[in-house]
Design a protein around this ligand. Structure first.
Ligand code: HEC
Length: 323
């Protein structure tokens, strides 16, 4: 008996080592069992293959499908949404971690992921974002996938590559003017001269004169977010002719149709967010002239269904979202 009592703990330790070691090694997250149910429940309603409803084709939101492995890897209009090994840089997860009143928070409607579920997604990405054998809905998968990158990814890539031509970085002094006015500046990618500027910290204190500071990086400015700022129609004048402005977020501002005339010559504008502004059908006619647009957001504006449909017709390459 004595021998047994002494031996038992050892036996236990040995046993747990044998049992746990292989277990730890294989405790990798299983996409099909642990991740797919979360995406299916919270995301796929809005992010799936185009389908018809009431005679209208519904496209995936943000041009992002989450119903197939190839589509998740391809990403959406903003590019890749997963950086394997780096959950913090993976929009699939980071958008769910934003404050819920942030416009980019996902899901905007429906079942949110719990903290524990986000942990599981983070772990899956850290482990390399392996789909195991899961493929999902293969319809719409580009056939030439291994030969050429998907069309969506390639136009974004060539768009930004094109913007870099002949561009030198902004000087410290130029950047300083924007920070002094309450703006935040970040390069689009490490060591890229292209800049993203926002006034999200100061928001309602960001008046036209403050926002005018962006004139100092006229050539480098690619993304501008002045949503919910105090900008008025005339405050958009400094945007005029900005050669590389690609994304412009004006949602929740007092902008009306009159402000849109300042956007007339933005050759590279692909994204325009006018959600919750005073735009009407007359403004939609101005927007229709911006042929480079790929995404236009017009929920909570005064645009009629007819006005939005006309805009969609005028901009066949764009996704016009108005309801
Ligand atoms: C009610 C509809 C809806 C649901 C549900 C939804 N989304 Fe979205 N999602 C959108 C819309 C609209 C956009 C485009 C606007 C934007 O970029 O914020 C978008 C954009 C995105 C983008 C950016 C795509 C790009 O490349 O620009 C990501 C990533 C994303 N969603 C992830 C998710 C995830 C993850 C879930 C589930 C947790 C989810 N979404 C659920 C509507 C939805």
């Amino acid at each position: 008996m004595q021998i047994h009592q002494a031996a038992l703990p050892w036996f236990r330790i040995l046993l747990s080592a044998i049992v746990l070691l292989p277990f730890a090694a294989s405790a990798k997250i299983d996409f099909t069992k642990e991740i797919w149910p979360l995406i299916e429940k919270s995301c796929v309603d809005c992010h799936r293959a185009p389908y018809e409803e009431d005679g209208k084709v519904k496209k995936p939101k943000g041009n992002l499908r989450l119903d197939a492995a190839w589509a998740i890897l391809q990403g959406g209009e903003g590019g890749k949404i997963i950086v394997p090994g780096d959950p913090a840089k993976s929009e699939l997860l980071s958008r769910t971690m934003l404050p819920e009143d942030d416009d980019d928070f996902m899901p905007p409607k429906g079942t949110k992921w719990t903290a524990a579920q986000k942990e599981i997604v983070a772990k899956w990405i850290s482990e390399g974002a392996d789909f195991g054998g899961w493929e999902g809905n293969k319809s719409g998968q580009p056939v030439t996938k291994t030969v050429a990158p998907p069309a969506q990814a390639s136009w974004i890539q060539s768009h930004y590559d094109g913007l870099l031509k002949g561009l030198s970085p902004a000087s410290e002094g130029e950047l300083g003017k924007i920070s002094a006015a309450g703006g935040r500046i970040a390069p689009l990618a490490a060591s890229s001269p292209l800049l993203a500027v926002d006034f999200l910290v100061t928001r309602e204190q960001a008046t036209d004169d403050k926002i005018a500071s962006i004139g100092s990086v006229k050539n480098q400015l690619a993304h501008l977010d002045i949503s919910r700022s105090a900008v008025t129609d005339s405050g958009l004048a400094p945007l005029k002719g900005m050669p590389r402005l690609t994304r412009l977020d004006l949602h929740g501002t007092k902008i009306t149709d009159a402000g849109l005339k300042h956007l007339a010559d933005l050759p590279n504008l692909t994204y325009l967010n006018l959600y919750d502004t005073g735009i009407t059908d007359a403004g939609a006619a101005e927007i229709a002239k911006l042929k480079s647009l790929r995404s236009v957001y017009l929920w909570k504006t005064k645009i009629t269904d007819q006005g939005a449909q006309q805009l969609q017709k005028a901009l066949p390459k764009a996704q016009v979202v108005w309801k």
